[in-house]
Design a protein. Structure first.
Lengths: 156, 254
């Protein structure tokens, strides 16, 4: 669960990222020590057509694929629109900023500071995870998806 | 003196493009060519080459009542043949796409006959008889009212008009109906409702930023022309706003 003690930032690129670019960006970020938690956020790419006359038929999409971040494989289910990060302290933010300045050369980005993660479990979280849920994972993964968060270890 | 419509206010390039699209006397610039079969494939209402299914017998075979209105209004080709009513729907990006939902409806109402447009914030649907639809759709896709990257032909799941563009400049589409291929040409791989096509349908190269800025019909302070830069447009909108507000008080002459 979010603690007020930890600062949060949001990386908002001016273009939606392709999986390859997102993979490169996230691998750049894993090199930074002091990142506690991370959310990849953006519009969803469902596996089947959710509504309309073709509802239920398969929805092949080249951007819905697995990417390798550090030692972990992450199945992307969204087009990457922004990356929300919770960090240990303020100097880490400056490190993220300098990495992003080097990374985003073809189009610009914004690094916003604020509170972007859930601060209290919602009714859905309670229904899905129960009263004794691990508070560190609340708000990190969509409770309806049935998928948990991925743990990425920083490279030694 | 005969009435000459002005179509819209404004001195900016955006206002000029809006007037140009609405004015049926102005021929729209043809930018790309798409075959009739390609249009039929993207629409997905019938198989290419198949006969038009009908909703009623052709008008010539029907006993039509004697009616002065029917003598004045000639039926369109589709109505004459008794075609079904079918649709095409467009989603236009806010990032300087060449047309916009309201603009599309205005333009179509001035230019086409026998249509029923539906206008929403991010998408615009137009319904009409099937063979008329194919003719109109071809015109809408081939001319400057369309851009392969920033305009999508989307019958359902249209979300994307207000989102940031993808890295390659394409508007977000959850169903990925069209792809920017390696040769730089946008190809539709699904029809407008998201069913896979047997073959890819090419709709041409995305237009460059300069062309889009010169042909857009949306004001955008970051991506194109700012609304505030068009003083005449603002004056007009403020006048309408002021008049309708005053009318809300139902002023009466004593």
């Amino acid at each position: 669960m979010t603690q007020a003690a930890f600062p949060q930032v949001r990386i908002v690129p001016m273009r939606m990222l392709k999986p390859e670019t997102a993979e490169r960006l996230l691998n750049t970020l894993t090199g930074i020590t002091g990142i506690r938690r991370m959310i990849i956020h953006g519009p969803g790419l469902p596996a089947t057509v959710p509504y309309g006359p073709a509802r239920g038929s398969p929805n092949p999409h080249s951007d819905r694929r697995a990417i390798q971040i550090g030692d972990a494989e992450v199945a992307l289910r969204v087009q990457v629109g922004e990356v929300i990060l919770e960090v240990e302290d303020a100097p880490v933010i400056e490190e993220i900023r300098s990495h992003c300045d080097d990374f985003f050369t073809e189009f610009s980005y914004q690094l916003q500071e604020g509170r972007f993660m859930k601060t209290a479990p919602t009714l859905v979280d309670y229904a899905k995870f129960g009263p004794d849920a691990d508070e560190t994972i609340i708000g990190l993964a969509d409770p309806r998806s049935g998928e948990g968060p991925v743990v990425i270890r920083a490279p030694r | 003196m005969a009435y000459k419509p002005q179509y819209g206010p404004g001195t900016s390039i955006v206002a000029e493009n809006r007037r140009k699209q609405m004015n049926p006397g102005q021929k729209l610039e043809k930018v790309r060519s798409v075959t009739d079969e390609d249009i039929v494939l993207i629409l997905g209402h019938r198989a290419p080459g198949s006969a038009y299914p009908t909703a009623h017998p052709p008008l010539a075979e029907q006993q039509e009542p004697e009616c002065p209105m029917r003598r004045i209004v000639k039926p369109t080709e589709g109505a004459k043949a008794g075609d079904r009513v079918r649709y095409i729907q467009f989603a236009d990006s806010m990032f300087v796409a060449p047309s916009q939902p309201y603009q599309r409806t205005y333009s179509e109402m001035y230019r086409f006959r026998g249509i029923d447009p539906g206008t929403l914030s991010g998408r615009q649907i137009v319904e009409c008889r099937e063979r008329d639809l194919e003719k109109y759709a071809k015109e809408l896709v081939e001319t400057e009212m369309f851009d392969p990257a920033r305009v999508g032909i989307r019958g359902a799941t249209v979300h994307g008009h207000s989102l940031r563009l993808a890295e390659d400049g394409m508007m977000f589409d959850m169903l990925q109906r069209c792809l920017l291929d390696e040769d730089g040409i946008v190809k539709y791989i699904k029809n407008q409702i998201g069913e896979p096509l047997d073959r890819a349908v090419a709709v041409g190269k995305p237009m460059d930023e300069k062309w889009l800025k010169a042909h857009t019909t949306i004001f955008h302070s970051l991506a194109g022309t700012s609304y505030r830069d068009d003083a005449e447009y603002i004056e007009y909108v403020q006048r309408i706003h002021s008049l309708r507000t005053k009318y809300g008080f139902m002023p009466k002459e004593e």
